[in-house]
Ligand binder design. Structure first.
Ligand code: ATP
Ligand code: LTN
Length: 335
């Protein structure tokens, strides 16, 4: 079956090239993408326009765009089966975002927790883009008439607003958009920081001990897990509230080895924390090693990455142009 075959349901997701990808991005999002490629029509975007809501160095941003594309491929996404493209290559995103802005209320945008978090983190740069971020994200999803959106837990609220905007538009103008559903895995959907396990692991965290990168060296990954924060008990037991550090490690080990928390507890019953942390580190190293190797090869082949990006642009543009035209017609623009 070809991508674009409309007998299959469509999957859509995006990741921002706002830093190097972490284990959180991998377990919460990326790892789930290749599993879908044989059964769905999948579209994956590099959300570079979203990343501009926080200041980016131009040379670094350009490099990270290639890096994210290489990671998509290194994780097993086949460019012949999926559409992999750069958001700014498809101008319809910005155009639909403008239209949807006119159907989104300031009140609902003010309730977004990501906006509140990022405003406090970047108090010197609370720009309008940061506020309307969810509208651009709604435009991304709705342009492709997406059925399912695989994301981590932190993006659930953004998906809900996308659904509300789509529904509001459909009621006014007739069935235009598909109402998207989130795909959130139970395990791995919220990986926490290794040193501050009450905060999510984030690629833009200034403290590198808090995260593990997908492309980090095995040595450095092991070091970070060995010094991960635990607690004063000596029991590998899942209890998010009282044992956030250990619970996070159980979550990570469970997600990587596809075991439930109960199975992990059993496996390490009676084990010391040191032993447990080494096992978690090793499991992560083993899972990431093949990706790191493939990634290195791909980053040395820019011509190939450019080719994949340009094919993605064509495929994505064809879908997006048709939706935008439909929307323009419905709101009363002369076509
Ligand atoms: P930033 O720190 O720049 O805000 P981020 O690390 O939160 O970035 P995004 O680009 O916003 O990453 O997210 C990409 C995908 O990874 C999303 O689906 C998001 O839900 C998921 N994700 C991000 N952080 C985590 C995490 N700690 N645990 C699980 N999933 C995550
Ligand atoms: N906001 C998302 C990235 C993103 C996205 C999307 C995710 C931009 N557009 C469309 C899913 C669907 C994030 O992960 N921070």
């Amino acid at each position: 079956m070809n991508p674009g075959d409309n007998s299959r349901k469509r999957i859509y997701s995006a990741i921002q090239p706002s830093g190097q990808l972490t284990l959180g991005n991998y377990l919460g999002a990326l790892r789930n993408f290749p599993k879908l490629q044989d059964d769905y029509d999948c579209v994956y975007c590099i959300a570079n326009m979203h990343s501009l809501t926080v200041r980016q160095d131009p040379a670094e941003l350009r490099e990270r765009i290639y890096s994210l594309l290489a990671l998509y491929l290194a994780c097993g996404l086949d460019p012949d089966k999926n559409t992999l493209y750069l958001q700014s290559h498809v101008h319809e995103h910005a155009e639909l975002a403008w239209i949807l802005n006119c159907y989104t209320y300031i009140g609902e945008l003010s309730r977004m927790t990501q906006f509140k978090d990022k405003s406090s983190k970047h108090a010197d740069n609370i720009n309008a883009g940061l506020f309307t971020y969810p509208v651009l994200m709604a435009a991304d999803i709705l342009l492709y008439r997406s059925d399912f959106v695989p994301i981590g837990q932190d993006q659930k609220q953004h998906l809900e607003i996308a659904r509300d905007i789509a529904d509001r538009f459909n009621r006014l103008y007739g069935e235009t958009f598909v109402i998207p559903n989130p795909l959130i895995k139970r395990q791995g959907a919220k990986i926490m920081s290794l040193q501050e396990p009450d905060r999510k692991m984030s690629k833009s965290d200034p403290n590198a001990s808090n995260f593990v990168l997908i492309t980090e060296s095995p040595d450095s990954i092991m070091k970070k897990f060995k010094k991960a924060v635990t607690d004063s008990e000596a029991e590998v037991r899942y209890d998010e509230e009282n044992k956030p550090g250990v619970s996070n490690l159980i979550n990570i080990y469970g997600a990587v080895t596809e075991k439930s928390a109960i199975e992990v507890e059993k496996e390490f019953s009676g084990a010391r924390y040191g032993e447990f942390k080494t096992a978690v580190g090793q499991a992560v190293v083993d899972a990431l090693a093949p990706i790191r190797e493939k990634y290195g090869e791909l980053m040395n082949d820019r011509a190939y990455l450019d080719k994949v990006m340009s094919e993605g642009r064509e495929k994505a543009s064809a879908i997006a142009a048709a939706t935008l035209r439909d929307v323009y017609g419905r709101v009363g623009f002369v076509l």
